[in-house]
Write a new protein. Structure first.
Lengths: 305, 483
């Protein structure tokens, strides 16, 4: 349970079996010199963590240049970690709030990435910080999506704005903004239907929600968070790129990090698009959301499964 | 992304081209590109390593065919090996006369099990069967309601009770017997393969309900993790097959290769959309093309059929005739682009043979298309009908008219020439040949047994002749006559 240990470990303990390939960095296992075999192994471990071609090449290159033919030592490991760390941002600032009036957080992502659950966790977290939170059920497309969010809202005791299935999501967003303003909510979190970034019409629908929100509340949405499943491979880059283009994402929620997936795609995303991770999801319960801690994240890549 | 891979593969094989001989070294260079393409397609690292060494062993052991381009030889091996690895696939779903058949769906959270359950039910209904859906996901809020709603939509009964997943499954089978349903589909909750408690629950269902088949539902966008997931689920449940979902996006779906490579479990069906539509059969050739970045051309042929319906019958006939005569004009070309764009298939363009080369790396295909359209629009009617007349001064005029550089016009015309060649060749092939060609190799064209030669038409050297070459030929002809 890699992340449970690294992060504050609130998660109930799961007895976990080891992954097939382990997929962990065990660079110090090898003795001797930093040679091609060592670099190949490093490359393999990075690939297995979904770090991807470009970021992997960058790191392997830097290690080659700095350590070629030197002894394998703790220093090499620290260097690799530092390189990985450098590709990420500083620690997450969490949500950046509006100077006045409600702060709108819009959530987007592909189908099944963990949007609705992340909203529940985020709403719960912000409420605990003393914020008055409203959620908007703008996924009017998927069967029972509204019910799903309603169940969560009831569980965490926050208010919800919703209409029926197949209602116009932009209209729901509009109502939610009105309510957030009128009733002085601190934060409005907008759930949206899952969509593939290749579906132009659905991306346009997302843009419309974005527009409506911006019209209702100046400066909104203050955050647009892309929910990315940690097990996603290189398609994550395209997702980040396309959603970014469409609704100007401000950060990522990396979900399902409680599994063995390492979520290495975020390195490539940061490298290419500069989009930072803000939160990580580490389970299915309301407490399973943590602010992103890049040091812990890099450290976790080196933990044994 | 798609275009990038096509390009890198073509690039790698271009390097190989013309060397005339397969050496261990020049194979390795090309194979490195193949390897990179596979890794970018999210094929598991270890599976890629195995695969590449198999291909290498095959290639090196093979006689160098004198008349075949070595790059084609390698692509052919890669493609065949890939198809061999992912196939064969049996699309049948078992049926029994004496009792309902039970199908269990399992997988990670968010992989698409519930939607797939409904799609599977619809597929079965289409085959004249009577399915029952069992709502065994009691974990995720709203999961039962979701399945009920979908069941209503497709008029398939849904069994649910607020007890335990094991009881739901058991009682669903009993219900199926009572109501004379012949297939029960168990929609189980998503779980991590390392969650021992929940994996044990699946094993309990497996032991008590004894599903006839167990399918792993996997998101096509999954990365390296696919291998771990498949291995663990297979160890726990002995999977019969896998269903790859969300393939309507642009994920390259390397998971199909990882899963089969690691567990031997084949992909059986693929999900191609969010709507409750039937599942599609998994076709290894199609997937191989997709993973290799040569595009899902078989799928595209289907889409082209749809487009063709849009174009009037006469227009089609005219175009077909023009094709056969090699008179595919820039006007036709532009029309095709327009139709494609109209149908919102910009991603398709990048998968069409020859087209991807027209889109410079990093450029938005839509932008590139606009540029190409601009160039065509800046041409005169005569030029469009007969691009061969476009000389330097005409190129300059067209370039000014469309805001591009003259060399870009030249480049485009060169590419168009290739497309025209290809079109001409394709028009003379059987549909099967076309599919094969198009799935396997895009514009490289020479993927058929026997190599490029099969494709060539009599008396055609397959490229536009330069003035010098033409003069050369005239000389030869004259000589012949004299003798
Ligand atoms: N293990 C684990 N599961 C998660 C996490 N976040 C979400 N999930 C699960 O992933 C599944 C999908 O989550 P949803 O929140 O419904 O995803 P979504 O993006 O809203 O899905 P759609 O609205 O259908 O596109 C659910 O079963 C969640 O419980 C996480 O951090 N860890
Ligand atoms: Mg949702």
């Amino acid at each position: 349970m890699v992340f449970g240990r690294i992060f504050s470990g609130i998660k109930r303990g799961l007895a976990k079996t080891a992954g097939v390939f382990g997929g962990v960095f065990d660079l110090l296992r090898g003795k001797g010199k930093v040679d091609q075999a060592f670099l190949d192994e490093l490359e393999k471990q990075l690939y297995l963590a979904d770090v991807g071609t470009q970021a992997t090449a960058t790191i392997v290159d830097r290690v080659r240049q700095a350590f070629r033919d030197k002894e394998i030592s703790g220093e090499v490991l620290e260097f690799v970690k530092a390189q990985l760390r450098e590709l990420l941002t500083g620690p997450s600032d969490g949500i950046v709030y509006a100077p006045s009036g409600p702060t709108v957080v819009m959530i987007a992502g592909v189908n099944g990435s963990g949007k609705t659950t992340s909203i529940a966790k985020l709403a719960n977290r912000l409420q605990r910080e003393g914020k008055k939170v409203l959620v908007a059920a703008c996924d009017t497309f998927r069967a029972a999506a509204v019910e799903q969010l309603t169940v969560w809202a009831t569980r965490i005791g926050c208010e919800i704005v919703k209409q029926g299935q197949n209602a116009d999501p932009a209209a729901v967003a509009h109502d939610a903004c009105e309510k957030a303003k009128a009733r002085q909510f601190d934060v409005l979190i907008v759930d949206t239907a899952g969509r593939l970034h290749t579906q132009t019409n659905l991306m346009r629908e997302l843009e419309k929600i974005h527009r409506i929100v911006a019209k209702q509340i100046p400066g909104a949405p203050h955050e647009v968070l892309l929910v990315l499943d940690a097990s996603t491979g290189q398609n994550a880059l395209t997702q980040a790129e396309q959603f970014g283009k469409s609704v100007k994402c401000s950060g990522i929620i990396l979900s399902k990090l409680d599994g063995t997936a390492k979520g290495g795609a975020v390195f490539g995303i940061k490298q290419k698009l500069g989009l930072p991770v803000k939160y990580v999801g580490v389970g299915e319960q309301i407490d399973d959301l943590e602010p992103f801690d890049p040091d812990g994240f890099v450290q976790a890549l080196f933990e044994k499964a | 992304m798609f275009e990038g891979i096509t390009r890198s593969l073509s690039e790698a094989f271009k390097k190989l081209r013309g060397r005339g001989r397969l050496t261990a070294e020049n194979i390795r260079e090309g194979l490195r590109e193949v390897r990179r393409a596979f890794l970018e397609a999210d094929v598991n690292f270890n599976v890629v390593t195995d695969f590449i060494s198999r291909v290498e062993a095959k290639a090196v052991g093979q006689d160098v065919l004198a008349r075949v381009d070595p790059s084609d030889q390698i692509i052919k091996i890669v493609f065949e090996e890939l198809v061999g690895l992912m196939g064969p696939v049996d699309h049948k779903i078992p049926q029994r006369a004496d009792r309902p058949v039970v199908l269990m769906l399992c997988g990670l959270q968010g992989s698409g099990k519930t939607t797939t359950a409904a799609k599977l039910a619809l597929t079965l209904k289409g085959r004249g069967r009577k399915p029952l859906l069992a709502a065994a996901d009691l974990q995720r809020p709203g999961a039962v309601e979701q399945l009920q709603t979908l069941g209503e939509q497709i008029a398939v009964p849904v069994y649910s009770e607020n007890t335990t997943p094991v009881d739901v499954c058991r009682n669903a089978v009993a219900q199926a017997k009572r109501t004379l349903c012949d297939t029960v589909i168990l929609d189980t909750a998503g779980r991590l393969q390392i969650d021992q408690e929940l994996m044990d629950e699946l094993k309990r269902i497996d032991k008590l309900v004894r599903p006839d088949e167990c399918y792993l539902v996997v998101d096509a966008m999954i990365g390296q993790e696919a291998a771990n997931v498949a291995k663990a689920f297979n160890d726990a449940l002995e999977l019969n097959a896998c269903i790859l979902t969300k393939l309507d996006g642009d994920a390259r779906g390397g998971a199909a290769m990882s899963i089969k490579g690691v567990t031997g479990v084949p992909v059986k069906f693929v999900g191609m959309g969010e709507k409750v539509d039937k599942l599609e059969d998994f076709v290894p050739e199609r997937m191989a093309g997709r993973i290799m970045g040569q595009g899902d051309l078989m799928g595209i042929v289907g889409k082209i059929a749809d487009i063709q319906k849009e174009i009037s019958a006469e227009e089609m006939e005219r175009q077909q005739k023009a094709l056969q005569e090699g008179k595919f004009t820039l006007d036709d070309f532009r029309k095709q682009f327009e139709t494609i764009a109209k149908m919102g298939m910009k991603d398709m363009i990048s998968r069409m043979p020859g087209m991807s080369d027209m889109i410079p790396e990093g450029e938005d295909p839509e932008e590139a298309l606009k540029r190409v359209q601009g160039m065509i629009d800046a041409m005169t009617k005569k030029e469009r009908a007969d691009p061969d007349i476009i000389d330097q001064s005409r190129r300059r005029r067209i370039a000014t008219g469309s805001g591009v550089e003259p060399h870009e016009v030249r480049q485009f015309l060169g590419q168009f020439d290739q497309v025209r060649m290809l079109m001409k060749q394709m028009s003379q092939m059987s549909l099967w040949q076309r599919l094969k060609m198009v799935t396997g190799l895009g514009k490289m064209g020479a993927f058929m047994p026997g190599g490029m030669d099969n494709l060539k038409l009599k008396g055609d050297t397959g490229h536009r002749k330069s003035a010098k070459e033409r003069a050369e030929e005239r000389k030869k002809k004259n000589k012949k006559k004299k003798r």
